[in-house]
Design a protein. Structure first.
Length: 314
């Protein structure tokens, strides 16, 4: 039986991936490794009924258990919301760098294939639009977001070096804004903030003038791309962008959510946080060509599903 390790497996993406793999790969055991820093036990509680599912409570900044043997690793461990990763930036950097280092050592020992979940944040405040994988980015390496941005860039470097030096089978994806069920209500990002504020009839807070753009990818689409990448030929390492190229302003997203929820909440404007990117949109050409992948769920349908999930917290 193939053993698949998902670090950060109780988080938003990780828990959805655990469920997907258990459903679609019945010959596999899925191991969720998480320290529950931002991951939520409720996200994986129902999966415990499956005999092929296992939880290991562990912090990736520490070496992995010596008796752990796996065939595939999805390295998703890292807080992805600015609210969370800026809370302890030193710890965030450790998670990014030590986490992938320990995961790569495990992959090397087990001769496992490993996928690193990188991010569109490696492009920083982009001067190229839409962003292509060959673009090297415009990141403020001393800013308040650098713990995440530069941590992910360093992680990518380690992934490629382990491939070149030790022949570890590696994959790198760059994830753009993703949303859907299992996001935390206090996540602090655009979609979760707007939905929770709308459902509570609180003021909807837009930072800046709301003209900055985001490209929203529904979680099911992202996971399909992730699994496609893991199953691709070993000679294709990436990095490859995974995101929805349909671009929306933050104001448009707020309006869509207001309509879906039927809220009477008003929109208010706040000061734009430092280093908040003004444009973010993937060029998906490589994913289409190499993986045959492109997003299928339109933003209205995805937001409706996400709103229904968040109603359970009201």
């Amino acid at each position: 039986m193939k053993k698949i390790l998902i670090t950060g497996g109780a988080g938003f993406l990780g828990s959805n991936l655990c469920e997907k793999l258990l459903k679609e790969q019945p010959d596999s055991q899925v191991i969720c490794l998480d320290n529950f820093f931002t991951g939520r036990r409720d996200n994986v509680k129902k999966l415990l009924q499956n005999k092929r599912f296992r939880i290991i409570e562990h912090d990736v900044v520490e070496p992995f258990p010596v008796d752990l043997v796996v065939d595939e690793i999805y390295n998703l461990a890292c807080p992805a919301s600015p609210l969370h990763y800026q809370k302890d930036p030193v710890y965030t950097t450790k998670i990014n760098v030590l986490g992938i280092l320990h995961a790569l050592e495990l992959a090397k020992r087990c001769k496992a294939k490993i996928l690193q979940a990188s991010t569109s944040e490696v492009y920083g405040e982009p001067e190229v639009h839409p962003q292509v994988e060959s673009y090297r980015g415009n990141v403020n390496c001393t800013g308040i977001r650098s713990c995440y941005d530069e941590g992910k860039r360093c992680a990518e470097s380690l992934v490629f070096d382990y491939n070149r030096m030790y022949g570890v089978r590696t994959k790198v994806i760059r994830i753009f804004n993703t949303y859907g069920p299992n996001m935390a209500p206090e996540d602090g990002r655009v979609v979760s903030n707007f939905i929770m504020q709308s459902l509570r009839n609180e003021n909807i807070t837009i930072y800046g003038k709301g003209k900055q753009t985001r490209s929203l990818c529904y979680v099911d689409d992202l996971l399909n791309g992730m699994v496609c990448m893991m199953g691709s030929d070993d000679t294709f390492i990436g990095p490859v962008n995974l995101g929805n190229p349909e671009e929306h302003t933050v104001f448009e997203i707020a309006q869509k959510i207001r309509v879906i929820t039927g809220t009477k909440a008003k929109i208010v404007y706040c000061e734009l946080p430092k280093d908040d990117p003004t444009q973010r949109c993937p060029d998906n050409s490589m994913a289409k060509f190499k993986l045959g992948w492109q997003p299928r769920v339109n933003v209205e349908d995805g937001l409706k599903k996400t709103v229904e999930y968040f109603r359970g917290f009201i």
